[in-house]
Design a binder for this molecule. Structure first.
Ligand code: ADP
Length: 673
């Protein structure tokens, strides 16, 4: 059987069942691996979720505690509230009268003005008649000037404002400016519903602007603007913006206002509107709220006792200091990312996890009763995922290795089983071939024995022929048995080789002659070519004879229509080469190696129905290798084959006993034809 076709011996069913046996565990391993990876992923996700939940719980507890402390303080004295000088937070109490603010100056404008006073109008009637009806501005000014020294602040303020107006109308601008300056000094009176000093300062700026006294106007407008921003006067939103805009224009300033206080003012307005709305709006139901006002996050905590409410308005700085610092510590500890979002979903603290799908734990304010929604994600989500991916890669590599090992082990087993099957097949072929070999001489033996039995009086010449035929058959049987026994001994390693020192040429010639005499080369031209230089070899002559005979036998058997066989003896530096060449069927390349294995018969022997047992070349190799030599074949199908035995030449020593005298080198003889 050719080398590369080892699987030919294995039945298709065997291969199929092997593949199944391999595939089932391999598929099971893959399936288990996939499940392992899935479970690993689920486990990692659960651990991450649990960590987030625990972190969310901690953050919420910390926030609840901090907010509750601030809430408890709402009920106490506003003055004792732990504000810092430049805080962005304030307390506001709301009731039917209006609102109170602590600390007072943190709002740019108020939602409502609580102390609207009725200004006196009666004392000014006389002056106003002169001013408006008679157009007598000087007379009116005199009347107002008299009232300007009244005891009542409000009357004084109203009089100074009107005096300045009358003076302006009569073109006495400097006097008008002075009247405004006097009015400016009155700080707790109101004119036209507004603080008198505010009205006076604005009027001065307007007049200076009219008089094109730009330097003075700008300086006064700057001071006015600064005082407006410092919330020197309690103003409503409209008044504040119109005054501050105008002052900024005169002062040549960009109209910019402090954003945190703007946010707080807007938040206060919203709270007031909600509180006064029918059913108390949003302030009715919940005591905590976080929203953005003018782009500033303001958290409102309030307590409502029916007709009075106390509200804490807290900007980002206050929130961070009083509430978030604790939460921050907690969040950073676990390597988790905490974000707080307000009612509108804006991030108040922290950053949202980049991937919204893995936004993680989300606790709505409706559930926690905190002003914010708490979101806890994994700060090192990517690192977590990469760790997971690394583990998965490891599992997959392990799986691939496992599957490869299963397949490799299966392959090796399949190959071994297949080899065994092949050998079994070869052995069974051998048994049938041997039986065949035996049958032919046995049949002829029986035939000639029967003939002799049937005809005891046959002429002696005839009987002679029968006896000769019987002898040939017996000889053939004998050689067959001998060869099988020899093979058996070789297999068992029990064939001893008795090495003798021989001259190679005479030995080879004797082998050829005996082969010839035995009649194996009948009808063949056996050419002998002895071209050695008297080489000596250590050899078991019987064994070598068997080896060369096997080669000669094959050369005759596989010669096809050719009738020439050549036996050559050559020598190289330290070896002798015995070659047997025929011009017969030849051997395909892929069989060159395999035919030396026991029981292996080539395709040609089957194709041409040539008898044989497949042990001849195996014996040749065994014998030659036992002598420390090699055997090789060189063959081309259709052109013939040359088998060459290479044996190491013995160095001739003084004590060497050579069994026969070396023959002449270069002799070439034809022994038979
Ligand atoms: P057998 O001749 O009994 O089959 P061997 O071991 O002597 O067994 O030879 C093995 C095989 O090698 C043969 O079956 C044949 O195919 C091939 N072979 C051997 N010698 C020759 C040859 N001289 N020419 C062609 N094929 C040969």
């Amino acid at each position: 059987m050719p080398a590369g076709r080892w699987w030919h011996g294995a039945s298709r069913r065997l291969i199929l069942s092997f593949v199944l046996v391999l595939l089932v565990p391999a598929a099971a391993v893959v399936w288990l691996g996939v499940r392992l990876v899935d479970q690993d992923r689920a486990l990692a996700a659960r651990q991450l979720r649990e960590r987030r939940e625990a972190a969310a719980d901690r953050v919420i507890a910390s926030l609840q505690q901090a907010v509750a402390i601030s809430e408890r303080r709402l009920a106490g004295d506003p003055a004792a509230f732990p504000f810092q000088p430049d805080d962005d937070a304030l307390l506001m109490t709301l009731d039917a009268q209006g609102i109170e603010i602590y600390p007072r100056h943190r709002l740019l404008f108020l939602p409502v003005l609580s102390h609207a006073l009725n200004e006196p109008t009666v004392p000014f009637e006389a002056g106003e008649v002169l001013e408006f009806r008679a157009g007598d501005f000087a007379g009116a000014a005199r009347a107002y000037r008299e009232l300007a020294s009244s005891r009542s602040q409000d009357v004084r303020a109203g009089a100074l404002l009107r005096l300045a107006r009358a003076l302006r109308k009569s073109g006495r601008s400097d006097e008008a400016l002075r009247a405004y300056s006097d009015l400016k000094e009155i700080t707790d009176a109101r004119v036209s519903g507004l603080p008198s000093d505010l009205v006076a300062r604005r009027a001065r700026c307007a007049l200076l602007d009219e008089l094109r006294r730009t330097g003075e106007r700008t300086a006064e407008a700057r001071a006015l603007h600064a005082d407006l921003i410092a919330a020197r006067w309690p103003l409503d939103e409209g008044t504040f913006f119109s005054y501050s805009d105008q002052a900024a224009r005169w002062a040549g300033l960009e109209p910019s206002l402090p954003r945190d206080r703007l946010g707080l003012s807007a938040a206060a307005t919203w709270a007031w509107q909600e509180w006064t709305a029918a059913g108390r709006g949003e302030l009715r139901s919940a005591g905590r709220r976080s929203r953005a006002f003018e782009g500033i996050d303001v958290t409102l905590l309030w307590q409502d006792s029916g007709d009075r409410a106390t509200v804490l308005l807290a900007g980002p700085r206050f929130q961070a200091r009083e509430w978030f610092s604790g939460a921050h510590v907690v969040t950073n500890a676990g390597g988790l990312l905490v974000a707080l979002t307000d009612t509108d979903g804006r991030v108040v603290l922290g950053a949202q996890p980049a991937n919204p799908l893995s936004a993680g734990e989300r606790r709505l304010s409706a559930v926690t009763d905190l002003p914010w929604t708490v979101v806890v994600g994994s700060a090192n989500e990517i690192a977590d995922l990469e760790g997971l991916a690394g583990r998965r890669r490891l599992i997959l590599v392990g799986l691939v290795l496992l599957v490869s090992m299963v397949i490799a082990a299966g392959y090796v087993m399949l190959r071994a089983v297949s080899r065994e099957l092949t050998v079994a097949q070869l052995q069974s072929d051998f048994v049938s071939a041997v039986s065949h070999e035996f049958r032919t001489p046995l049949t002829s033996l029986r035939q000639f024995t029967d003939l002799l039995n049937d005809d005891p009086h046959a002429p002696s010449s005839k009987r002679q022929l029968y006896y000769q035929a019987q002898a040939r058959a017996t000889e053939r049987l004998h050689r067959l048995v001998e060869s099988l026994l020899d093979f058996g001994r070789m297999e068992a390693g029990a064939r001893p080789y008795r090495l003798e020192r021989h001259a190679a040429a005479p030995l080879v010639r004797r082998i050829a002659e005996e082969f010839q005499q035995e009649g194996f080369a009948a009808g063949f031209a056996l050419e002998l070519s002895l071209r050695d230089e008297g080489r000596i070899i250590d050899v078991d002559p019987d064994a070598l004879t068997r080896a060369v005979w096997n080669l000669l036998d094959n050369a005759v058997k596989y010669s096809g229509s050719s009738r020439t066989v050549t036996l050559t003896l050559e020598s190289s530096a330290n070896a002798v080469l015995i070659s047997v060449r025929d011009k017969g069927l030849g051997i395909p390349r892929h069989e060159h190696h395999e035919i030396f294995r026991k029981f292996v018969r080539g395709a040609a022997s089957h194709a041409h129905g040539i008898k044989g047992t497949g042990i001849g070349l195996a014996m040749v190799r065994h014998i030659v290798e036992s002598h420390g030599g090699t055997v090789r074949v060189d063959s081309t199908p259709g052109l013939g084959s040359t088998f060459t035995i290479e044996l190491p030449a013995a160095a001739p020593g003084p004590d060497a006993t050579v069994a026969a005298a070396p023959d002449n080198s270069g002799e070439s003889r034809c022994l038979a034809s």
